[in-house]
Design a protein around this ligand. Structure first.
Ligand code: SAH
Length: 365
């Protein structure tokens, strides 16, 4: 267990659950309403958001452009922090994984991935995951609960502090633990804070939500917020996808891809990013590569190949380098835009599909 700093609000207890509203649960629009109903002025929302999200200041006492009485009200009536850093692992390649602990003791992981021109933060949306994809380590944890908006947003706040000096988070991907579209309300509200010019002020094209294909929720997401959509495909036949992604039995390929084909908000400027985890001998053959373009016909698409990251729970193998190369060339030759995602942070179990709270090194007490 970790201790909570006093700034997080009077009366907070370790692992205890309190019922005060958390300021980070609310988009600016809803924060204004909440402040008014608590007897504060609506325009304070902009000032509070500037402190919380732009300057990273969370102690109301330090919000010097608010009158003292209002600072005290904030402190006594609201929660501000939702997560504390429990452990940090730093990879040889610069990737940083943190275990973050919520007030009820639940722990989730976030991963910070520095690249040449950007720094991407991968956030979790659930404690565990109920989707049980057969090759994903998180799936083996089972499901505990959805994260709140504040817990999603706090991953950005905490990881900003964990990042190396001067390293700004330029992109956020909802690709950590959990299925974002089983927690759509909280995810939409978190995205609103990320792209609000008065909150995190991120460009919408730098925020990506990844789903295994919860069809009815895809539409809601795209209509609510201007994010990028990523869809975890992993197969070109229902037979194979049923094995890898059990949700496929409810929303088979034809239903999922049909819905994407009809989705008016997608375009060449806002394509679907299809993730395809290549698993040796399962879905990495030439026949799959040849079927894929036809399957995606009519959908503005980019394909992201992810060579399977092996882990002890799954009885699947990584693909050979030759089969990754062959798969990629075959797609490119058929006119598809395709990239291969290099594995990052493998030495600290931070790579895709490895998030399962296995610690390699403890740091914070
Ligand atoms: N539930 C959402 C968000 C998680 S994103 C979704 O599935 O889209 C995590 C990505 O990593 C998904 O594309 C997932 O299929 C992929 N992944 C899971 N396990 C993996 C593994 N062992 N190796 C490589 N990629 C994996």
């Amino acid at each position: 267990m970790i201790s909570w700093p006093g700034a997080s609000g009077a009366g907070a207890t370790v692992g205890g659950v309190t019922s005060r509203p958390n300021l980070k649960d609310l988009s600016l629009e809803r924060l204004r309403e909440q402040l008014v109903s608590s007897g504060l002025r609506a325009f304070r929302a902009d000032q509070i958001a500037a402190w919380l999200y732009r300057r990273g200041v969370e102690d109301p006492a330090a919000m010097t452009d608010l009158p003292l009485v209002e600072r005290r009200r904030l402190e006594s009536e609201f929660e501000i922090r939702a997560l504390e850093v429990a452990a940090v692992d730093r990879s040889r390649d610069g990737t940083v994984k943190a275990a973050l602990q919520a007030r009820d003791g639940s722990v989730v992981e976030s991963v910070l991935i520095p690249e040449d021109e950007r720094t991407t933060l991968c956030v979790s949306t659930q404690v565990g995951c109920p989707m049980a994809c057969s090759f994903c380590a998180t799936g083996f944890l089972g499901f505990t609960r959805n994260l709140t908006t504040a817990e999603i947003v706090d991953q950005v706040c905490r990881m900003r502090e964990v990042a190396a000096d001067g390293q700004e988070i330029s992109n956020v991907v909802f690709m950590g633990m959990g299925e974002p579209l089983l927690n759509t309300d909280a995810v939409i509200e978190a995205v609103r804070l990320l792209v609000d010019p008065k909150a995190f002020a991120m460009a919408p094209r730098r925020v990506t939500v990844s789903t295994v294909g919860v069809v009815p929720q895809i539409e809601r997401l795209l209509e609510s917020v201007p994010v990028n959509l990523a869809v975890s495909l992993h197969a070109t036949t229902d037979q194979v996808r049923d094995q890898l992604v059990p949700l496929n039995r409810r929303f088979p390929l034809e239903v999922l891809l049909g819905a994407l084909r009809r989705q008016k908000r997608l375009s060449a400027r806002r394509p679907v990013f299809f993730e395809y985890t290549l698993i040796g001998g399962v879905n990495d053959g030439l026949a799959d590569a040849r079927r894929l373009p036809g399957l995606l016909h009519g959908i503005p698409a980019k394909i992201n190949l992810i060579p399977m990251n092996a882990h002890p729970d799954a009885a699947y193998d990584a693909p050979s380098e030759a089969s990754v190369d062959r798969f990629m060339r075959e797609l490119a030759a058929r006119g598809m835009t395709v990239t291969v995602r290099r594995s990052r942070g493998e030495d600290i179990q931070a790579a895709c599909g490895q998030l399962a709270l296995r610690r390699t090194r403890e740091s914070a007490a």
